[in-house]
Ligand binder design. Structure first.
Ligand code: PLP
Length: 235
C-alpha cells in the first residue's frame, strides 16, 4: 500500500524529472499540495514528509483547517485556489497567505481593505480564463494589465503572478488535439507572464499545471504545479 509520503515523493520526482527534461533549473518549480475535502490527518502526514504549501478550494473548510493547525504547524503556507465570492473575502484576507484566483477589481479592493494590519500583504495571482469557456472564472489575457495595475496600487496585496486552469483534456477527440491545445494555452500564459514581468519585475509565480499536464506546464515555464488526488487519493 502506498502512503501519502510515498505519493508526495513520487510527485516531487515527476517535477524534478520534468525540470531536467525541459532544461529548467532544479527546484525552480514548487509543489502545491491540494488538500481540499481531505482530513487534517492527511495534511499532517504530508507535513511530516516535508510538505509546507497546501491549497484549499472552499472558504469555510480552509478557514477551519488553518485554525485547527495554526498552533502545532505554524509554518504551513496556505493557498486559496477556489472560486471566491465577494461576501467571503474577509475570511481569505484574515486567514490565508495566498490567493490564486483573483479575477475582479471589486474583490481586490475588498481584500485590501480587510487584510489585517499586523499581517504581511496577501500574495495574489490574477486568474486568467485561458480556455475562454464561460464556466471558468478569470479575466481575459487582454484584461490582465488593467487588473495588475489596480492590484499594484493596493499595498496590502502583493502581486506575485498569474494562474490558470486550462481546457480539460477530456473535451478533445484525441490526445494529440488535447496536447496541441494545452501547449497553445500554456504558451499564451507564459507570454502574458513575461510581458507583465517587464512592468513588475518582482513577479515570480506562474501557477499552471496539475497531475495530468504537469510536464507540459513545466516545459512552458510553470513555477508552481497544483496536485491533489495524486498525493491524497481520489476525492
Ligand atoms: C482540485 C484542484 C487541483 C488539483 O486537482 P487534482 O485533480 O486533485 O490533482 C488543482 N487546481 C485547482 C484550481 C483545483 O481546484
Amino acid at each position: 500500500m502506498t502512503t501519502i509520503a510515498d505519493r508526495l515523493k513520487l510527485a516531487q520526482c515527476r517535477i524534478a524529472q520534468a525540470e531536467q527534461e525541459h532544461h529548467r533549473p532544479a527546484q525552480s518549480v514548487n509543489l502545491l499540495a491540494v488538500s481540499k475535502t481531505k482530513p487534517l490527518s492527511d495534511i499532517i502526514q504530508a507535513y511530516q514528509a516535508g510538505q509546507r504549501r497546501f491549497g484549499e478550494n472552499y472558504v469555510q473548510e480552509g478557514q477551519q483547517k488553518i485554525i485547527d493547525l495554526a498552533q502545532d504547524y505554524p509554518d504551513i503556507e496556505w493557498h486559496f485556489i477556489g472560486p471566491l465570492q465577494s461576501n467571503k473575502t474577509r475570511i481569505i484576507a484574515e486567514h490565508f497567505h495566498w490567493l490564486h484566483t483573483l479575477g475582479r477589481e471589486k474583490i481586490a479592493q475588498r481584500l485590501h481593505q480587510q487584510r489585517p494590519q499586523d499581517k504581511p500583504p496577501l500574495n495574489v495571482c490574477i486568474q486568467v480564463n485561458i480556455s475562454g469557456e464561460d464556466s471558468k472564472a478569470g479575466v481575459t489575457l487582454a484584461e490582465v494589465p488593467a487588473l495588475a495595475n489596480i492590484i499594484h496600487s493596493l499595498p496590502k496585496l502583493k502581486l506575485r503572478g498569474i494562474m490558470a486552469i486550462p481546457s480539460q483534456q477530456a473535451n478533445f477527440d484525441n490526445a494529440g488535439q488535447a496536447q496541441a491545445q494545452l501547449s497553445k494555452e500554456f504558451s499564451q500564459l507564459k507570454a502574458c507572464f513575461d510581458t507583465l514581468k517587464q512592468t513588475y519585475p518582482q513577479l515570480d509565480t506562474l501557477s499552471m499545471g496539475m497531475s495530468d499536464d504537469l510536464s507540459l506546464a513545466i516545459a512552458h515555464g510553470s513555477t508552481l504545479v497544483r496536485i491533489g488526488s495524486a498525493i491524497f487519493g481520489a476525492r
